[in-house]
Design a protein around this ligand. Structure first.
Ligand code: ZN
Length: 265
């Protein structure tokens, strides 16, 4: 069994402020340490369930957060950015049996996490696909689905876990924290690791029930904070401005959509 794990930081237990998410900031040290522990919990569970190969994508900001020296044997890690459309999912392909998301967070436009955002927090107010606000989890799950890889587990904030069940009803989720306004209400960090370990094991028992149905087409809508960014984005071939801050692009599949997104943001 071969497992792909994409790890973000804003949905890691305890993480509440941007300072904690930035490499080089003194507050980042414990957050990156907890991110490492939650990743280890997922890897250990996968190994216990028979995984022979695990690829971990460090998928936040610098993409150099996880202490890879602490990960179990059998895991390999993708650090930094490929500068390709798959971004937080770089390295995934048809050879994987299941995808796992750790430390993911609510979408831009939602109150479930003080750090709620989608992709570029400076530029985008929200992302929609076919009229619905989407999170990075949703976009990345469609990338996984493109290769036929089921999504079996998600950990992050409570609102994201609840909303994501609409897309993948049978996957396992662990809400390590809840968010309200600028605050987070957290589980004990060790308890979170224990729950992630158990949840990943349960998820991997249900691989066949966690396949994702992709829509026929992807109507992407990006609302920009600045009208100048929307004006720039509308020059992507096929994109159109629907109001001064909002650009729409109808993509034939998720690869087409994420390529448009890469150039429009
Ligand atoms: Zn992030």
């Amino acid at each position: 069994m071969k497992i792909y794990i994409s790890v973000d930081i804003e949905g890691i237990t305890g993480v509440t402020s941007w300072g904690e998410t930035e490499l080089g900031n003194s507050e980042h040290i414990w957050a990156a340490n907890q991110m490492t522990k939650e990743t280890i919990a997922a890897c250990e569970a996968a190994i216990e369930m028979g995984a022979k190969e695990i690829v971990v994508k460090d998928a936040h900001d610098s993409a150099r957060n996880i202490d890879i020296s602490k990960l179990p044997m059998g895991t390999s890690v993708i650090r930094g950015w490929t500068s390709s459309p798959e971004s937080m999912m770089a390295g995934i392909d048809e050879s994987f049996d299941a995808t796992i998301f750790i430390g993911y967070h609510s979408a831009a436009g939602h109150n479930g996490n003080p750090l709620a955002h989608t992709m570029d927090s400076q530029k985008a107010v929200y992302f929609k696909i076919n009229g619905e606000i989407v999170s990075e989890f949703t976009i990345n799950s469609f990338i996984s689905a493109y290769y036929g890889v089921p999504v079996v587990f998600l950990s992050g904030d409570k609102m994201l876990c609840e909303k994501s069940k609409e897309l993948v009803p049978n996957m396992e989720t662990v809400a390590v924290k809840d968010g309200e306004g600028g605050a987070t209400f957290n589980m004990h960090p060790n308890k979170a690791c224990e729950c992630i370990k158990n949840g990943v094991k349960e998820g991997l028992k249900k691989i066949n029930e966690c396949k994702i149905q992709s829509p026929e087409e992807f109507k992407l809508e990006i609302r920009f904070r600045e009208h100048k960014d929307a004006n720039r984005a509308r020059y992507y071939p096929g994109a159109k401005l629907i109001d001064d801050h909002t650009v729409e692009y109808v993509a034939r599949d998720i690869q087409d959509m994420i390529t448009a997104k890469m150039f429009m943001l």
